[in-house]
Design a protein around this ligand. Structure first.
Ligand code: FES
Length: 257
């Protein structure tokens, strides 16, 4: 679908495209997707859903973590998962689908054990992100949003992940791998496929996509926390220079600091 946005000065009308990018599937229903859960699966999920919903004063507010919960079950949003979420919090299928289709962290097709996202936004692209993505496509023999035949890796180009000072950045199941090159990225995906994942540059040890989805749903994260997260040296470089030069922020309006 396109929509006119005005003239270009030469009397011609200019059109912009509306709707999802053409490379992304715009339907949740894919062939073979579960349409409903068995009583056993439903009973298990209801225990987790109850805990998640109890954290919110209004149960509708639990929709985002519930979507991660069903994504942990299926590796993507399925009709069964969408229906389950709606039933738990009293939303219609249309309301659940509208939210689920808005956020790119919710997947619309089966996802491998490791979702490898290569940032190809402006800064990462000029620092080599496009070359990294091209190299991985060739190395894995798959295109954007496709999964290797062994089900281990789904490749995806992603937008800025707010780690531009470590460009080009690759994320695996939303953990950072900074300052990548085509060579290091190929070694990274090889380690995933060999079952010996390289450790992220920052953040907690890597886990598989479905486990990551459960953590994002707010369920317990058993990974060791040794303070791996937080800002890295590149992020803090400006602050360091400011300290060395004795720079102070200007006083806040009204004299408050
Ligand atoms: S442009 Fe890649 S993290 Fe910002």
């Amino acid at each position: 679908m396109t929509a006119p946005v005005g003239g270009n000065g030469s009397g011609e009308r200019v059109f912009i495209r509306l709707g999802p990018p053409p490379e992304e599937p715009n339907q949740f229903v894919v062939e073979g997707a579960p349409q409903s859960y068995s009583p056993e699966v439903r009973a298990r999920l209801e225990v987790d859903a109850k805990e998640i919903i109890s954290r919110y004063p209004d149960k509708r507010s639990a929709l985002l973590p519930l979507l991660h919960l069903v994504q942990a079950e299926d590796s993507y949003l399925t009709p069964a998962g969408l229906e389950f979420c709606g039933e738990q919090i009293g939303l219609t299928g249309a309301e659940v689908s509208a939210v689920g289709s808005f956020y790119t962290m919710y997947r619309r097709g089966p996802t491998g054990d490791y979702l490898v996202g290569v940032c190809t936004n402006t800064l990462c692209a000029v620092m080599g992100g496009d070359a990294v993505f091209g190299s991985l496509k060739e190395h894995l023999g798959i295109g954007n949003d496709e999964t290797t035949a062994d089900g281990s890796v789904t490749l995806q180009h992603i937008e800025c992940n707010a780690a531009c000072d470590f460009a080009p950045v690759v994320m695996v199941n939303w953990e950072f791998y900074d300052n990548q090159t085509p060579e290091s990225a190929r070694e990274l995906v090889d380690s995933l496929r060999d079952g010996k994942p390289k450790a992220p540059t920052r953040g907690a040890p890597l886990c598989k996509f479905r486990e990551t989805s459960r953590i994002l749903a707010g369920l317990p994260d058993e990974r060791p926390d040794e303070g791996q997260g937080g800002a890295g040296a590149a992020t803090l470089a400006g602050l360091q220079v400011a300290k060395e030069k004795g720079m102070e922020p200007p006083p806040a309006p009204g004299g408050k600091s």
